[in-house]
Ligand binder design. Structure first.
Ligand code: CAA
Length: 257
């Protein structure tokens, strides 16, 4: 496939991947997801990049998995298409990923945003899991990540009754980091990404791993992992640099080593 569904650019130390299927409100078919994940993996492999941003356009981040592509599907065709497996590739990205969301983030689009590490939303963003209206249910993490983010009571309403969350509601419930005017959401997401990308890369990578582990482990195991990663960072040149820079009142120069 060509890169027609995903536009990429590099802004300083930030890699931006834009979903580009506006006529279908960025509906996510297998090709869109494969191209998106390949773009993110390339950014992840590039040492000049420290943080990633996924975005759509003002009207839609993504209005879900492609309903037209799924309408005649069978369980076996879904299994063989590896469609939902594409979302899993995001979990293997080692650098922080920020979703810059405007307009519709529905179904698989909401699940994609929630699989990122942070969400910057425009005031027009709407988050929802309306699969129930299609006679199905979320299949790419909606029941799990939404519930962990907003709690059981509200997650039930969103998943069982197709309730949408406005951007401000999503912020109130802890799903998104910040809400900004529509004309600023991408700029704000890139600014946040740039700020993270300027920090010590190895520490950023391990800190992301530790925070994500909080959703996978019990407290004791999570604390143990955190401590081991913390100790490990004392083997990096960046730890010596960061602490020396603090003591000598100068800005640190990170090596990523
Ligand atoms: N899949 C395929 N095409 C989609 C789509 C989707 N998820 N969402 C929108 N489109 C298409 C529409 O079919 C339409 O195309 P045509 O012009 O060719 O008919 C175009 O995008 C514009 O959409 P609308 O005319 O419907 O725009 P609207 O402003 O009237 O409504 C909307 C916007 C409320 C988002 C509406 O499009 C909608 O409800 N979309 C579906 C949302 C949804 O149910 N998402 C869940 C999908 S299932 C899923 O994601 C499973 C999973 O967990 C992985």
């Amino acid at each position: 496939m060509s890169d027609e569904y995903i536009l990429t650019r590099i802004d300083g130390r930030v890699g931006v991947a834009q979903i580009n299927r506006p006529k279908a409100l960025n509906a996510l078919n297998v090709d869109v997801m494969r191209e998106l994940m390949s773009a993110l993996e390339q950014f992840d492999d590039d040492e000049a990049i420290g943080c990633l941003v996924i975005t759509g356009n003002e009207r839609a981040f993504a209005a879900g998995a492609d309903i037209k592509a799924m309408a005649e599907a069978t369980p076996v065709s879904m299994l063989n298409s590896s469609m939902i497996d594409q979302w899993d590739r995001l979990q293997k990205i080692t650098k922080p990923v920020i979703a810059a969301v405007s307009g519709f983030a529905l179904g698989g689009g909401c699940e994609l945003a929630m699989a990122c590490d942070m969400i910057v939303a425009s005031e027009s963003a709407q988050f929802g899991q309306p699969e129930i209206n299609l006679g199905v249910m979320p299949g790419a993490g909606g029941t799990q990540r939404m519930t962990r983010a907003v709690g059981k009571a509200l997650a039930m309403e969103i998943v069982l009754n197709g309730r949408f969350l406005s951007a401000h509601e999503a912020q109130q419930y802890g799903l998104v980091n910040r809400v900004v005017p529509v004309e600023l959401y991408l700029e704000e997401a890139i600014k946040l990404a740039q700020s993270i990308a300027e920090r010590a890369p190895v520490a950023i990578r391990l800190a992301k791993e530790a925070v994500n582990a909080a959703f996978e482990t019990n407290l004791q195991s999570g604390l143990g992992l955190e401590r081991r990663l913390f100790y490990m960072l004392f083997a990096t040149a960046d730890q010596k640099e960061g602490m020396d820079a603090f003591i000598n009142k100068r800005p640190p120069a990170w090596q990523g080593q």
